[in-house]
Design a protein around this ligand. Structure first.
Ligand code: ADP
Length: 414
């Protein structure tokens, strides 16, 4: 503009020269704008048409931003690919559901296990797939700690374990695991234990009978034989108890024994068991019964008797004659509790979580000496599970133990 003004001044045409210079300036900028619009279609550093001045600056800044954007997109695409590949490699099925329970996405294992097809099933309600009231209840009232066993849709032989996990805004992830093989192994294990126990029953009865005959035979009443025969009788009886306990556990596990119609008076039951135990020998601790509830339990009288006997015998076995055992049946809101408390030797905290495992004993040698099978608490836990009740164990070394059976209102009658 300065040059145009100078030239205009010399030739006395200042306005004309300024106008021409302004037009040239506007034309150049319009031309550059057009080139920018074309270049923005594919902004590359290598193709920048102007490298200097204001336009050069604009080009290089836009090129830098677009390069960064391209790198970010590449990283994101790699991440998405990795994520898709890793979820596809998962052996468990994963199905993402929106707030209304419709399928948004699923991985390869889910299409294999649940028979899902992307084209057909995305956007469909999950419950169209599982026409099962238990599954409907599970999905509609999600409890993220719970797992449910269901048959795979379209393949009744295949069993799945499903669980729900929350994610994002109101979304849920359904995870499905094929447990057919695991269930088969469990069934084989249970059948094996039940069959072995059953097969051992008869030989043990025969051996026990012969030992008893030998013990009664007058001609064999010699010192060198008395003790061995006594030990043989004791061990045979112990083996017999283990076999009977294993058979009872097998029956309890096979869900077929569900005769829960007796109205069991727990108050009377604890008094009976206490009297029986105290009548056994003189060196049992004092057993006190407190019955504060009149509620009865709708259940199996024989099984509940076994619960009380197991807990009371354990309490006696781990308490000296000068100590005491307290039995209590009382209400706590809608629930009723059976408590067996002793102030005996107690149990160290590291053993508590494992006490109800089969054959788990704090001191195996002492348990055997006392005639224990190591199955008592496992049986108690199973029986309580059948009665919708829970076993709670509280104990401190040298202070004593409290075993509480918590019965829910569904099994209680007035
Ligand atoms: P066992 O036949 O050995 O009694 P249980 O399953 O009944 O088997 O009990 C498992 C273990 O729990 C016992 O070996 C014992 O160590 C421990 N236990 C059970 N009840 C008590 C109790 N009242 N006080 C201390 N320890 C106990």
């Amino acid at each position: 503009m300065l040059v145009a003004w100078g030239a205009g001044a010399i030739l006395d045409q200042v306005y004309l020269f300024l106008l021409l210079a302004l037009l040239a300036y506007i034309f150049r900028n319009l031309y550059n704008l057009r080139r920018l619009a074309i270049w923005l279609g594919n902004p590359q550093f290598a193709d920048i048409p102007v490298h200097f001045g204001l336009w050069g600056d604009i080009y290089s800044k836009v090129a830098r931003v677009s390069l960064r954007q391209a790198q970010r997109e590449k990283r994101l695409a790699e991440l998405v690919n990795e994520y898709t590949a890793s979820t596809s490699a998962l052996p468990d099925g994963a199905v993402a559901l929106d707030a209304s329970g419709r399928i948004r996405w699923f991985n390869d294992a889910a299409s294999r296990l649940l028979g899902l097809q992307p084209a057909k099933d995305i956007g469909q309600p999950l419950l169209n797939l599982f026409r099962n009231p238990e599954m409907a209840n599970f999905v509609n009232n999600p409890d993220y700690a719970r797992m449910l066993q269901v048959s795979a849709p379209g393949d009744g032989e295949r069993k799945l374990e499903v669980r729900l996990a929350p994610y994002g805004d109101d979304q849920t992830l359904l995870l499905a695991q094929d447990i057919t093989e695991r269930l088969q192994h469990e069934r084989m294990r249970k059948d094996f234990v039940a069959n072995v126990s059953h097969e051992l029953r008869t030989p043990l009865t025969v051996i026990g009978g012969f030992i008893e005959n030998l013990q009664m035979d007058e001609s064999l009443q010699i010192d060198s034989l008395t003790r061995p025969l006594e030990l043989m009788a004791q061990q045979t009886a112990r083996m017999g108890r283990i076999v009977e306990d294993l058979l009872l556990l097998a029956r309890l596990e096979s869900d077929s024994v569900r005769n829960l119609n007796d109205r069991v008076d727990i108050g009377e039951l604890i008094r009976n068991v206490a009297d029986e135990c105290q009548a056994l020998t003189d060196d049992v601790p004092a057993i006190d019964c407190e019955v504060a509830s009149t509620r009865r339990v709708l259940g199996d009288g024989k099984q509940l008797r076994s619960v009380v006997t197991n807990l009371v015998v354990n309490a006696i076995n781990h308490t000296s004659a000068e100590q005491r055992v307290d039995l209590r049946w009382f209400d706590q809101g809608a629930q009723s509790l059976l408590e067996v408390r002793d102030n005996g030797e107690g149990i160290a905290p590291e053993h508590l979580p494992r006490l109800t495992e089969r054959f788990y004993r704090v001191d195996a040698g002492r348990s055997r000496d006392r005639g224990g099978t190591g199955l008592g608490l496992a049986i108690v836990k199973h029986i309580l599970h059948h009665h919708d009740a829970k076993l709670e164990i509280h104990s401190r070394l040298q202070e004593g133990s409290r075993f509480i059976c918590r019965f829910s209102s569904s099994r209680l009658v007035d």
